[in-house]
Design a protein around this ligand. Structure first.
Ligand code: MN
Length: 261
């Protein structure tokens, strides 16, 4: 039995299938940890999402910004963007089942020393606090407050501080967990998408601010790419941008890669 963490698949279902072949993935024996953004931008979002739902017993998956975008867009809260390719999900006969399954996914997965989120943790957060905030957001997404949260994920987002209350606390935490790449010391999430070495003055990669015990596995940052470092494993190796799709084994650190689209 092996557990493989895989970064942003972004609807590259065929590429994903070739990676499964390469790691000799066997349903019922092995487990997958998917770091979010399994859909959108690539060509086969519907096929990808259906596969994950069908194999949910073998998969632990966190929500990425693209999953939250499709959930918001399905309710008319987000506009369709030029590069969005998830429309086949929205017109599929099994749309409601797929979207309601997606809406019940976690924002953080943890096993022993390993923690997976889509984007990152704020400088001031412990892993315990991140898990607590993720649980609060997950409860909202499963309850009557879901629409209020999903409609509030765009536009100005407050910087997370412990004094935030109610929906603003969750809006701030969602931005950290699903959109952060670099930040200033106060943890303000920015829109910077470039590589770490040219990040704006006063900012650093989120993981450079704080050394925590254990390992945080994340995706979301294609310009950083695949890196295994003390304290973190970065898995978005740009499959949808013609680079690689990467799997990293939690038990022994084995890596497998296949070319992207
Ligand atoms: Mn992302």
């Amino acid at each position: 039995m092996r557990t493989w963490a895989i970064g942003d698949i972004q609807g590259c279902f065929t590429v994903f299938q070739s990676l499964l072949t390469k790691i000799d993935f066997k349903a019922g024996r092995d487990q997958l940890w998917l770091a979010g953004d399994v859909i959108n931008r690539g060509p086969e979002s519907l096929e990808m999402l259906r596969w994950v739902v069908r194999h949910q017993a073998d998969v632990r998956m966190v929500l990425g910004n693209h999953e939250l975008h499709v959930l918001a867009q399905a309710r008319g809260f987000d506009k369709v963007k030029r590069r969005d390719t998830f429309q086949p999900i929205l017109v599929a006969p099994d749309r409601d089942a797929l979207l309601s399954w997606l809406q019940r996914r976690p924002l953080l997965v943890r096993r022993g020393e390993m923690t997976m989120v889509h984007a990152g943790l704020a400088p001031s957060w412990s892993v315990d606090l991140a898990a607590q905030l993720a649980a609060e957001i997950e409860a909202t997404l499963r309850g009557p407050g879901a629409d209020a949260l999903l409609s509030r994920l765009r536009g100005d987002v407050p910087t997370w501080t412990p004094s935030l209350r109610g929906i603003e606390r969750q809006v701030a935490a969602v931005a950290v967990l699903t959109r952060m790449r670099t930040c200033a010391a106060d943890g303000a999430v920015t829109d910077y998408v470039g590589p770490p070495e040219s990040c704006p003055s006063g900012q650093q990669p989120w993981h450079a601010w704080t050394r925590r015990p254990g390992t945080v596995i994340f995706g979301h940052w294609a310009a950083y790419g695949y890196h295994v470092r003390p304290g973190h494993v970065s898995l978005d190796s740009g499959a949808v941008w013609g680079r690689q799709l990467t799997a990293w084994c939690l038990e022994d650190g084995t890596t497998a890669q296949v070319p992207g689209v």
